[in-house]
Structure formats: structure tokens, C-alpha cells
Design a protein around this ligand. Structure first.
Ligand code: URA
Length: 268
């Protein structure tokens, strides 16, 4: 495991911005479990996945892209899979799509240290191809476990793959975007908020405006009380890769990109 990322694991939880809840190692989440204990288990999962052989992707990737940000975040983002730059750096959304994500976060007064960003797949599919159903099936327990440990109030799914996986529905992103849904995920009720993938939003002004508009609703969603338990049945997740990609989730969702943001500690 590369030294800077390993070193980052020892970092403290950061404070969150205006719209999130302040974090501290003594704070308890919705489960009543202290943040420090949940973070420790997240670190254990990260370490375990450093040696992942759940599918063949780890063998072709440069780095595990586990996810990073605040391990006690109210807001979590779920993207599709690492692209070229993410694979090189071991950090999600560090290319052009990531730059747009940072800009959108900034507009609502948040930064990467306030949120946790992860993907459906933790290793890059070769050539940035779409995730395959067997890869999603193999990797999805890790995303569910991340949600269980971080205990976000709002999980924002970026594009088709994450949206279909976490909603457990085959409905594409264009028909569900911008509409929060309450779901039972990892034993807890969360507010899922499907929005376009930033890479899709870079393809047209209209898509970018839609993404901006949906993003602006996030502070309001974060201010709402945590949803009551068991409002929607947990559906058997369908594999998103069986559905065709739509404009909301561009083929490959990730492209060779040439900008980067400074590395953050993996868990704030
Ligand atoms: N696209 C994704 O879905 N995830 C990343 O980490 C980068 C680009």
C-alpha cells in the first residue's frame, strides 16, 4: 500500500462544514456506535480490500480506490468505478469529473473533508469500460458495509450504476434524478438522492444545469431529520450493468483526465 495513503489512515476525523454535523471521535451515530469505533472498522475494511481477490479487477488495477473523506459524514456519494487518474492515485474522483464534483460541493459550502466519496467498484475496469454484473455483485458488499459504518443521512448516487444498485430498481437515472427516496440500506433507513454522474454533466450544458440544480437541494435534504426506519421494503438489488447506459451515466463514466486535486486523508 502506498505510503501517503497508509499514513493518512492515522488522521483525525475532520470537522464538517455549515451544512453537515460536526464530527468528533466521541460522537455517536444513528446506531449509537461511537464514530471512532466505526472509523476503525472502516480502516479495517480498507486494509482487507488491499488484498482483494473478489473479482479479477484487482489484478489489472494499479491501486485500490476504497473511497475517502469524512468517516462520519452525513453526506456520502456513490459513483461508478475508478478511472485512469483514480487508479493512479488510489483516490476517487480526482480527474475532470472530480473537479466538477468539487466545484458543486463548494457552491453549497462543502468540501471533500465534509463528505465521504466512494464507488460501486473499488478497482478500475480496464480501459474504463462499464462495470460488469459479476463485478458489481462481487464488490457491492463493500459499498453496503461503508454505508453501514459511516451512517450517512443522505447517500447521493451519481449516475446509473450506483442508482440502480442502491435503489434496487431498474429505473434509469433520467427518470429518478433529483427525487429523494427513503430506503433501507445496510439495516438503516437512509435518504437516497440520485443525481447525474458529473462525467455525464460535462457533456452538455443542459445536463450540467440539471446536476447543479439537483446539487443545490442537498443542504435542504441534509437539514431534514433522519428518516424513520423501515419506510420502504428492501428490494433485491438488480444488477445495474444489465441495463443500457443512459445520458445520465456515460459509457465508462470515467475518462482519461489531466487535472488533479490535492490528496486528502482517506478518512479525513
Ligand atoms: N467516475 C466515477 O464513477 N468514479 C470515480 O472515482 C471517478 C470517475
Amino acid at each position: 500500500m502506498a505510503e501517503p495513503r497508509a499514513a493518512a489512515l492515522t488522521g483525525k476525523l475532520v470537522s464538517v462544514g455549515e451544512h453537515g454535523r460536526p464530527s468528533s471521535v466521541s460522537e455517536r451515530g444513528a446506531s449509537g456506535r461511537p464514530a471512532a469505533e466505526r472509523r476503525e472498522q472502516l480502516v479495517a475494511l480498507y486494509r482487507r480490500l488491499g488484498d482483494c481477490s473478489d473479482c479479477q479487477l484487482a489484478g489489472c488495477a494499479t491501486n485500490l480506490v476504497f473511497g475517502n473523506g469524512n468517516a462520519d459524514a452525513d453526506l456520502m456519494f456513490a459513483g461508478e468505478a475508478p478511472g485512469f487518474h483514480e487508479d493512479q492515485q488510489g483516490i476517487p474522483f480526482v480527474g475532470r469529473a472530480g473537479k466538477l464534483l468539487d466545484e458543486l460541493l463548494d457552491e453549497i459550502g462543502l468540501g471533500r473533508g465534509d463528505v465521504f466519496v466512494a464507488n460501486v467498484l473499488k478497482h478500475r475496469p480496464p480501459g474504463n469500460r462499464d462495470p460488469r454484473p459479476d463485478e458489481i455483485d462481487a464488490c457491492k458488499p463493500h459499498l453496503f458495509r461503508q454505508i453501514e459504518l459511516i451512517e450517512p443521512r443522505v447517500v447521493c448516487t451519481l449516475g446509473n450504476f450506483a442508482t440502480k444498485l442502491l435503489t434496487g430498481s431498474s429505473r434509469g437515472i433520467m427518470s429518478v434524478r433529483g427525487r429523494p427516496q427513503e430506503r433501507e440500506l445496510s439495516g438503516r433507513t437512509v435518504r437516497l438522492y440520485p443525481i447525474l454522474h458529473p462525467a455525464a454533466a460535462m457533456r452538455s450544458d443542459a445536463a450540467r444545469h440539471q446536476l447543479q440544480e439537483d446539487f443545490r437541494r442537498l443542504p435542504e435534504l441534509l437539514a431534514e431529520p433522519r428518516p424513520e426506519p423501515a419506510v420502504a421494503p428492501l428490494l433485491e438489488p438488480v444488477s445495474a450493468a444489465r441495463e443500457p447506459a443512459t445520458a445520465g451515466s456515460p459509457p465508462g463514466g470515467r475518462e482519461p483526465e489531466h487535472t488533479s486535486v490535492p490528496q486528502l486523508g482517506l478518512f479525513g
